[in-house]
Design a protein around this ligand. Structure first.
Ligand code: MV4
Length: 669
């Protein structure tokens, strides 16, 4: 086995690979770009090497820099993860030339499966079923029309160089063919500089079912069964599961054999995935082979009990497959949901920013969270905006679904838009629950999945009001008033205020509506009321983990309320709501903080702290010095006031946009 490997990747997959390497006693070297200074994968690795600017071509795609990093640190092998260089034949060759083991398939397999047309020819020869169609070189329009007529409508015109759904046209009638062909060729020429197309029978209501295979260097190859990845948006998977619902043993055996035949046809070694389209009548057709570990590999790990990264390292180190086909069994059902920083309401537009708050569900034998970032880290515009994967396992699909809904309800993210609630609706959608899976599910279920925005229940405003009160009390406790006489009624912590109106009114804004909460303090509890709404008897206290324990009319619950300036995000009962606290004082503070520049303007390292928490400073006083790109950058006080807390110490790396300190402006008289 290797002493040390380099991981030529970032985010959750780099973290995932480091975890198994550590379990096996293998040392790890991370590489990172400017945007990833201090990222989670860098913190987890034994060593890390800076390889360049944030743009992937300067760092995670820079073959020479990665090979040099491996040689410098004495790594013997490179794990490419997925994406980036994982299927790059030039990278594989560079590893060979440098005497480094590439943890992945041989060059020939990468090249053969990398070319769609060559792959299809090889698969046809190996008796792997292909979609009925025309895959020939003759691109004459009349010839293609004749082929389409012979296949029978509907047909699909696909750009040979296409991918991710780009350059595809469905044609339902003979007389629409010529126009669709011309339009498809135009798009293919513009997008891929290659207008070569193929024509296939259109498979209605297809499912995406893929087979995980594993081969060693001794001619053994096994199937680790299938995953259903039909639930996609914009040709990107968001939910995967194993086994595929409704699969018969017979179909599983036939698809497994076809996948193993595909792998053997290219002398495959290592972990690979053979993707098929599965038609409702049980026919299946080869689409492509992914010559790498995939994002969704954990569902296979859960149902087989196999650590696929461990097998990758063993096979790459020249060992035999640890198990034979007869020893590999399916146990239970696993589901994976990809948690993305994106806004489902805006066509899943990626969202960037700092993860101001991140709480993930508790992990167990049933629940796994593969995260690429922690609270405080950023989701940058340079890379895929996946924050984490949530994977659950149980005896059957129904129980796994319950676990998934529960775990999603526990996910809390503030700082970027996420798809968490969208996923929750998907897992509650009757069609998904009944496993009526196919690639059109999300489109068909739009009405259920994208409901009209609703006003939050009254309870949410009560929770927000209690959150404001509790955080005011937290602040006072952290900053005891001068003349620390705890017996003085002026300093009492029990809610008694000489200068407070009773009831006090807190004003919130939500969805363009103003909502007023009246709060009367009653010694041991509060009476809360909404204008024209309900009344509630409430108690609230802060838990050690930061959550609020609330008693609303005798019902005790734990909620999370996170403030970003005046905006509160309330997580309660598996949903979350944003409400804005309209407070003149808060608004002034938020303004001071926002033009204070108290976030790192660029990634760098803290080289000095120039004041102490709590010490009064003048406007413009230097608070902290960062070093970035060999230049010093000073962080100055935005106004008279005091630093409440530094979030970093001297020597710490900070990412661009990271919040550096909490500043409390002096109250204006
Ligand atoms: C198809 C098809 C129906 N019939 N081919 C989409 C991406 C590309 N890799 C293959 N794709 C499809 N090919 C035939 N002959 C339907 C799709 C398809 C699809 C396939 C897998 C997963 C999601 C999909 C979403 C829409 C269409």
């Amino acid at each position: 086995m290797f002493d040390r490997i380099l991981i030529a990747n970032r985010g959750e997959i780099a973290c995932r690979i480091i975890r198994t390497a550590r379990k096996m006693g293998v040392g790890t070297v991370a590489v990172f770009s400017t945007a990833d200074a201090g990222a989670r994968h860098v913190r987890l690795a034994d060593e890390s090497v800076f390889i360049g600017a944030s743009e992937p071509k300067e760092s995670y795609l820079a073959i020479d820099k990665i090979v040099a990093a491996a040689l410098r640190t004495g790594a013997q092998a490179i794990h490419p993860g997925y994406g980036f260089l994982s299927e790059n034949a030039r990278f594989r060759r560079a590893c060979d030339d440098a005497g480094l083991v590439f943890i992945g398939p041989p060059l020939g397999a990468l090249e053969k499966m990398g070319s769609k047309s060559q792959a299809k020819k090889l698969m046809a020869a190996a008796q792997v079923p292909l979609t009925p169609g025309y895959h020939g070189d003759d691109q004459d329009a009349a010839r293609l029309q004749t082929e389409a007529d012979a296949i029978g409508y509907p047909v699909l015109i696909k750009a040979s160089s296409g991918g991710g759904g780009k350059g595809m046209r469905r044609v339902d009638r003979r007389l629409d063919f010529a126009e669709a062909l011309a339009s498809c060729k135009r798009e293919a020429a513009a997008s891929f500089s290659d207008d070569h197309v193929l024509i296939e029978k259109y498979i209605e209501r297809p499912r995406h079912v893929e087979i995980q295979i594993f081969a060693d260097g001794f001619g053994e190859c096994v199937s680790l069964f299938e995953r259903d990845c039909s639930t996609q948006r914009r040709h990107q998977k968001i939910i995967e599961e194993a086994p595929a619902p409704g699969m018969s043993d017979e179909l599983r055996r036939r698809m497994g054999e076809a996948a193993v035949a595909a792998a053997r046809a290219v002398a495959y070694v290592g972990a690979g995935t053979v993707e098929f389209i599965l038609a409702p009548n049980g026919e299946f057709f080869f689409m492509e082979m992914n010559t790498r570990l995939q994002v969704e590999h954990p569902v296979t790990e859960f149902i087989t009990g196999i650590d696929l990264v461990e097998w990758q390292l063993r096979v790459a180190a020249g060992e035999k497959l640890p198990l034979r086909q007869e020893q590999i069994m399916i146990g239970g059902h696993a589901l994976e949901a990809r948690i993305y920083a994106e806004d489902p309401a805006r066509e899943f537009l990626p969202s960037t920013g700092i993860l101001r708050h991140l709480r993930t569900p508790e992990q167990s034998e049933f629940v796994r969270v593969d995260a690429g970032a922690d609270q405080g880290d950023s989701i940058s515009p340079y890379y895929d905006p996946m924050i984490a994967k949530l994977i659950v396992h149980d005896e059957n699909r129904e129980k796994a679904l319950l676990r998934m809904r529960r775990a999603l309800a526990e996910f809390e993210i503030v700082g970027v838009a996420t798809n968490v609630e969208f996923l929750s609706r998907l897992f509650a959608c009757p069609a998904f629950v009944k496993a009526e899976l196919d690639t059109g599910l999300i489109e068909r279920e739009r009405a259920f999945l994208f409901p009209e925005e609703q006003a939050p229940p009254d309870e949410v405003f009560f929770i927000a009001a209690l959150a404001v009160l509790v955080s005011e009390a937290d602040l006072e406790r952290a900053n005891p008033p001068a003349g620390n006489d705890l017996r003085s009624p002026w300093n009492a912590r029990d809610g008694w205020r000489l200068n407070l109106a009773d009831p006090r009114i807190l004003v919130f804004e939500q969805g363009g509506q103003r909502v007023e909460v009246a709060i009367a303090y009653r010694g041991k509890h509060f009476d809360l009321s909404l204008a024209g709404g309900g009344i509630s008897v409430a108690k609230a206290r802060r838990e050690a983990d930061g959550r609020l324990e609330l008693d609303l009319d005798g019902v005790v619950q734990r909620v999370t309320a996170i403030a970003t300036g005046a905006c509160w995000r309330i997580f309660c009962a598996g949903r979350s709501w944003a409400v804005t606290h309209v407070d003149p004082l808060e608004t002034r503070r938020a303004e001071a903080a926002s033009h204070g520049g108290l976030t790192a303007p660029m990634p760098g390292r803290v080289i000095a702290l120039l004041t102490e928490a709590g010490a009064r400073v003048e406007k413009g006083a230097p608070l902290m010095i960062l070093e970035a790109m060999k230049m010093e950058h000073r962080i100055a006080a935005p106004s008279e006031g005091a630093v409440r807390r530094f979030f970093f110490a001297v020597g710490d790396q900070v990412t661009e946009g990271a919040e550096l300190l909490e500043f409390e402006p002096a109250e204006k008289a």
